[in-house]
Design a protein around this ligand. Sequence first.
Ligand code: RIB
Ligand code: CA
Length: 308
Amino acid sequence: MSEKRIPVIIDCDPGCDDTAALLLAFRCPELDIRAITTVSGNVSLDKTTYNALRVAEVIGTDVRISPGADRPLIREAVYAPHVHGEDGLLGIDLPAPGKKASFYKAWDAIYEEAVAQKGQLEIIALGPLTNIAIALAANHDLAGMIKRIVIMGGAAQGGNVTPCAEFNIYVDPEAASMVMKSGIPLCVCGLDVTLKAYLTAAEIREIRALGTPQAELFAAVTENNCEKVFCPAGAPLHDPAAVLFAADDSLFTAQRCWMGVETQGTITRGKTVTDCWSDAQKEANVELVLDVDRERFAARIKELMAGY
Ligand code: RIB
Ligand code: CA
């Protein structure tokens, strides 16, 4: 691992797997987390922001939390209470946060950090890409200052909201399309890899047995995973996969290809379009993450959670 830590902003919509991802990210020695930004996604912006504040207290960080968009760029908001509960954290009893969200909006925090980090800032995007699209639209020079965006979203094949669309892209396809066309180096951790990046019930029990409040929260937000239809073997950790990729991509397999986003379709809304292998006619714009060494992935998660 290179000694220099990676300056990152985590843009998220907590959300159960976002919560697991935040718990892990703050234990990754490779990451220098400069801010958390929140977006409307799994639940409304006020709830994702409130949850980020509560989770930050459990983690013990006072990193700034900047709220962003309370709806997609042009479409109505879509939420996922059937996965994350009405409050976004399955009703898990966490104390109210002691601190308030930053006055700075997400897109301002992203731009400010990009300038401060002089082209080294990376973004780990765990929700709909609305905040990033707004930041790009508002600052013509931003794209040239973002080193990389690691996106949890999309899928070369399949979907979890419709047969062809993954939630984060489905919610705001226009924002996703803007990011895909931005020219920023992109790594896409879609369902192709995140449905392989799971923890078994026994592995979740091992984490709970660590006995810390952080381990208890990690277990509580992962054990009730109701996506069994997509991943019968265990709880797919969509957002943690993106965080672990950002910190150490040696656990994963990726390949360069072209990817676009369907914004005009009705039944194909939010489909990430690629066939991975024959995009010779188009210039590759993403690193598409397709596989993970699951045993090493699970071991790394246990190691990180033992760090609390
Ligand atoms: O499709 C899974 C993604 O959508 C995850 O980021 C989850 O938190 C939801 O935002
Ligand atoms: Ca998310």
